[in-house]
Design a protein around this ligand. Structure first.
Ligand code: FE2
Length: 379
């Protein structure tokens, strides 16, 4: 299968995966089913819901399989639980009862089980961007990334559980911030930003009798930076709780790759470069190394542009270096070439990925898509 961005979806293409919508009113609604042949109406529906693209069947790329990182049912249940608990907290002015926290704890157990038994940890960003409601999806993404990073670091289940709890609950303090400030388009004033900065402390006040101290410490410090320039207390280095240092990386990665206003410019690869540039300044380098084993810069089944101007499709990722995956070259005449390992194939060491053709608007991609798809029809 291939991942095609909504801009390049064409009538006649066949969906290789269900498209499921997650939004605040319905957490698991099937928009379109696997095997469906796309027509104009369906493509318009995909555009209407701002879904970035779809996995499309392609015989030339039939061997490329993309599994969901978290199964759809668990994803929907997690989002609903997080939303219910956050909402309950808002309505009760901070009185979250322990039953709600037990529900969150149950979700964390399920997430850990789901992620622990995966063959390989590679968080597919496309899997996590089909939601309408940013707050809850962000909490689920951060928890998923934090648990995955913890597994890569070899943490035991107790610590994974604490990290997952801290991930799901880390922004609960934002529920106490006026919605006009939280959703304000454009730049915040200094006073408004000071109010935003209160959210880690708000969370601790709300949760102090409900979750362990280590979880509270992680939540409280998720905006602290290694060099002491973070908030709320400006603490530095190992004075920042370990969970807080893990959450900080996951939080920034998800925020930057999700930011709708920057979506078209912040590809995962660019965000990874930015985060790596902040190693030892904002982020703990040891944690970052494990985090980088978990995420992928170039999701499987997506188009990339190579430094020799050719297009290619990502076939497999190398966890040793996420910037250099195995790709299937598309020749300049539109035929599909061989698979090249950009990390280990010595002949191709000089070739780098220069662009995610994910949303590339050059005619080259159009041509490559046309030829690969036409090839499929010919077969
Ligand atoms: Fe936050």
């Amino acid at each position: 299968m291939l991942f095609i961005t909504n801009k390049y979806l064409k009538p006649g293409m066949i969906l290789a995966k269900d498209i499921i919508l997650y939004n605040s009113s319905n957490f698991n609604s099937l928009l379109l089913t696997k095997g469906q042949v796309l027509n104009r109406t369906f493509i318009n529906r995909i555009h209407y819901h701002s879904i970035e693209g779809a996995y499309i069947e392609s015989e030339v790329f039939a061997d490329i399989e993309v599994d969901s990182y978290i199964n759809d049912t668990l994803k929907a249940k997690s989002l609903k639980t997080v939303k219910d608990v956050y909402y309950e907290l808002k309505m009760s002015w901070g009185k979250v009862n322990s039953a709600s926290i037990r529900q969150i704890s149950g979700i964390v157990d399920s997430l850990i089980t789901e992620i622990l038994y995966k063959d390989n940890l590679s968080y597919n960003i496309i899997d996590f961007k089909n939601y309408d409601d940013y707050t809850y999806q962000h909490c689920l993404n951060v928890a998923t990334l934090a648990i995955s990073t913890g597994i890569a670091m070899g943490l035991g289940e107790g610590m994974l559980h604490d990290l997952g709890m801290a991930g799901l609950l880390h922004d609960i303090g934002k529920m106490m911030i006026p919605i006009e400030i939280l959703n304000k388009p454009g730049k915040l004033t200094d006073e408004e930003f000071d109010i935003i900065k209160e959210h880690p402390v708000n969370a601790v006040n709300l949760l102090k009798d409900l979750v362990p101290y280590s979880v509270l410490s992680g939540i409280q410090s998720h905006h602290e930076k290694l060099d002491g320039t973070g908030y709320p207390y400006g603490i530095a280095g190992s004075n920042i709780h370990f969970y807080g240092r893990v959450l900080a990386v996951c939080d920034v990665y998800d925020a930057l790759t999700s930011d709708r206003s920057y979506r078209m410019t912040s590809f995962p690869s660019e965000v990874i470069e930015y985060i790596m540039g902040c190693a030892d300044k904002h982020f703990d380098y040891e944690i970052l190394k494990s985090f980088l084993q978990v995420i992928v810069a170039y999701p499987i089944g997506t188009f990339v542009k190579l430094s020799d101007k050719r297009f290619a499709v990502v076939v497999k990722n190398n966890s040793e270096n996420i910037m250099r995956p195995i790709v299937r070259i598309i020749n300049s005449d539109g035929t599909v070439g061989k698979d090249v390992d950009l990390l280990y194939d010595k002949k191709y060491m000089n070739i780098t990925i220069t662009d995610m053709a994910y949303d590339y608007d050059g005619s080259g991609l159009e041509g490559a898509l046309k030829s690969t798809y036409e090839m499929k029809l010919k077969l």
